[in-house]
Write a protein that binds this ligand. Structure first.
Ligand SMILES: [Zn+2]
Length: 304
């Protein structure tokens, strides 16, 4: 009897323990279910005001904002030639860009371009002959090659010194066939310098100039440094007394024996050796058209 009574007392305790465990498990399950329900209802509430796409966009916007707020992660602003405003489709060609009466640039282009250039008098000691023209500014790549060319010339002719007679210019001039008005001057490109030899004074006389050794040397050797005689007489077009009439054949409208333009060594070699002009010195206009960059020389349009 005692054993049976003891046995009877043991059974309720086991049941109680089992019940307690079951209640505990049930409580945990209920709590978990309630938490999941809360989460799903919260998500449903959010989804009433935003699609998944909106959420992603918003998150990516936040990432952008964080990046732009951090000064360390702000990228250095760089302006590739193609994005320079000006409406001239050839500015994307970089050192092959064409600026003339049909391919013009505006004041926005000119001011941006000026900020990208280097002072060759400070960097290489190549000085400007006319103080009125200010500091000689040139594209950095062109400046290195110009320095090599000037030093080679001065080594070939001891006692002679090459100076610039203006490189980059913010404003053009209107003085007929020897000058280009603002927006049409290649001097806006940063790839151009008018050059003089101080042994001959600083007069830019187109017909007189070719008699001097500096022009003869530059004409014969400049392409090795990436420069071309930009306005040779063969491509000047009609008489210098006539108004400029640029046509589809690649005439430049100018005859300036002192005006040198950087285009890069491979291109300067092709222009000087007439790869696209039956072996005769080419014009930049004709060269660019023959290479397929330009759609129309007179309309100022590109093949793009
Ligand atoms: Zn010039």
């Amino acid at each position: 009897m005692k054993n049976r009574r003891l046995g009877r007392r043991r059974l309720p305790w086991k049941i109680v323990i089992c019940l307690m465990v079951m209640v505990a498990i049930a409580t945990i399950i209920v709590v978990i279910l309630l938490m999941r329900k809360d989460n799903s209802s919260q998500n449903q509430a959010e989804s009433q005001y935003s699609t998944p796409t909106d959420v992603e966009t918003h998150e990516s916007d936040n990432v952008e904002e964080v990046k732009s707020d951090s000064p360390e992660e702000q990228p250095t602003p760089t302006i590739p030639p193609a994005s320079i405003p000006g409406g001239n489709c050839t500015t994307g060609l970089g050192k092959l860009m064409l600026i003339n009466a049909n391919y013009t640039v505006n004041s926005d282009f000119i001011s941006v371009r000026k900020s990208q250039l280097v002072d060759i008098s400070a960097l290489y000691g190549i000085t400007e002959a006319n103080a009125w023209n200010g500091t000689p500014l040139v594209d950095e790549e062109a400046a290195q090659h110009l320095n090599d060319m000037v030093k080679a010339y001065e080594a070939a002719y001891p006692g002679h010194t090459l100076q610039t007679m203006s490189c980059f210019r913010s404003i053009g001039t209107s003085c007929g066939r020897l000058c280009a008005p603002t927006g049409t001057s290649e001097h806006h490109s940063g790839y151009t310098c008018d050059l003089i030899d101080t042994a001959y004074g600083n007069t830019l006389d187109t017909d007189y100039y070719p008699e001097h050794i500096d022009w003869q040397w530059l004409k014969a050797n400049s392409y090795k440094y990436g420069f071309i005689d930009r306005y040779p007489v063969e491509w000047a077009g009609s008489s210098m007394m006539q108004p400029i009439n640029l046509t589809e054949d690649g005439t430049t409208g100018y005859y300036e024996t002192w005006h040198y333009r950087y285009v890069g060594i491979p291109e300067a070699t092709e222009i000087a050796t007439g790869k696209y002009n039956n072996g005769a010195y080419d014009s930049l206009e004709h060269y660019l058209k023959m290479r397929g960059f330009l759609n129309s020389l007179t309309a100022g349009t590109c093949n793009q």
